[in-house]
Design a protein around this ligand. Structure first.
Ligand code: SAM
Ligand code: GLN
Length: 293
């Protein structure tokens, strides 16, 4: 067997072809994804790939084949994070794959509001909950970044719960408890004790099919849709939060950029105080907070 000529399989040539393939497939950020996929295949960092690109490093035929295989998966719009098996979230690399919602950068802001609220509690061991924890992202951020807190996370999907359990072990969080169940009732034993109620629930209206194929084809449906206006779960969570919290507790909810006013209205009508909507790093309304009456 003869080796491929090295000039055909240098990092700059392979990356240029990959960027074009991914751009033609409609991938949002072809340059970044091509680099991260090659870093994954070579078991190295994004910076090292950039170095190899400028040095014209040659790939072996095995490396070239492995890259072609992951490239064709990504060109079919499988999420980058399902291919690499990880998603960055705040200080962590979370394990993800089929059956769990891929944690998003905008949710890091939601976690920040929950963490800040938890730090502000005048209690040596404040309790927080994460309703619909998915991979465990918000719960693990609270547990690791507020080490004196106790965090209880609940997830209904058996598959997602299994990913969250892997992440609790992977991150090594010992101040976090994970439950499999419906957030409408799975935490009733905590009534009146919870300082921070955090959630990134499903909030996509039933008829609003997400534009990105990665979301539409690979995120679990039970993670996305929540009734005609997308607010059914928020309505439930508002009531759950009133039962679990106590006067002065905080609720922190992620939502779509068009939902802030409706959510403030739901929370205020239920009795929550000081409902306020905040923006993410792209200046879109993304998180609404309120204080338990
Ligand atoms: N919190 C994670 C994050 O931010 O990456 C996951 C968010 S995902 C948008 C919503 C999650 O809530 C999904 O994992 C879904 O399975 C879960 N879920 C939906 N309804 C639920 C319910 N009634 N009880 C518990 N979990 C639920
Ligand atoms: N932000 C998600 C999307 O990309 C929706 C997440 C949710 O429903 N919580 O569609």
């Amino acid at each position: 067997m003869t080796e491929q000529p090295a000039s055909d399989a240098t990092v700059p040539v392979v990356l240029a072809n990959a960027r074009q393939t991914l751009a033609e497939a409609g991938v949002a950020d072809p340059g970044v994804d091509a680099t991260l996929l090659l870093a994954h295949v070579l078991g190295t960092s994004r910076g090292d790939i950039q170095l190899k690109e400028s040095l014209g490093y040659s790939l072996t035929s095995d490396e070239g084949e492995a890259f072609a295989a992951v490239l064709s998966r990504r060109a079919a719009r499988e999420p980058l994070q399902h291919i690499t098996g990880t998603a960055p979230f705040r200080y962590m690399e979370l394990l993800v794959g089929p059956g769990v919602f891929v944690p998003r950068p905008e949710t890091e802001i939601v976690a920040q509001y929950a963490i800040d609220a938890l730090w502000a509690v005048a209690n040596p061991a404040p309790v927080a909950v994460d309703l619909g924890t998915g991979s465990g992202a918000i719960a693990l951020a609270m547990a690791t970044e507020v080490p004196h807190s106790r965090v209880i996370a609940v997830e209904r999907s058996v598959d997602a719960h299994a990913w969250a359990a892997k992440n609790v072990a992977h991150v090594g969080a010992t101040n976090m408890e994970l439950r499999n169940g419906d957030f409408a009732s799975a935490l009733d034993d905590l009534a009146g004790t919870v300082a921070v109620i955090a959630s990134n629930p499903p909030y996509v209206p039933a008829e609003a099919i997400p534009r990105d194929l990665e979301v539409r084809l690979y995120d679990p449906k039970e993670a996305l849709y929540s009734g005609a206006d997308g607010l059914d779960d928020i309505r439930v969570i508002s009531g759950v939060g009133l039962r679990l919290g106590y006067p002065g507790s905080s609720i922190v909810l992620e939502h779509g950029e068009w939902q802030g006013a409706d959510i403030r209205e739901i929370l205020t009508a239920d009795g929550w105080m000081s409902a306020a909507t905040h923006q993410d790093l792209t200046m879109r309304d993304r998180v609404t907070t309120a204080v338990h009456p």
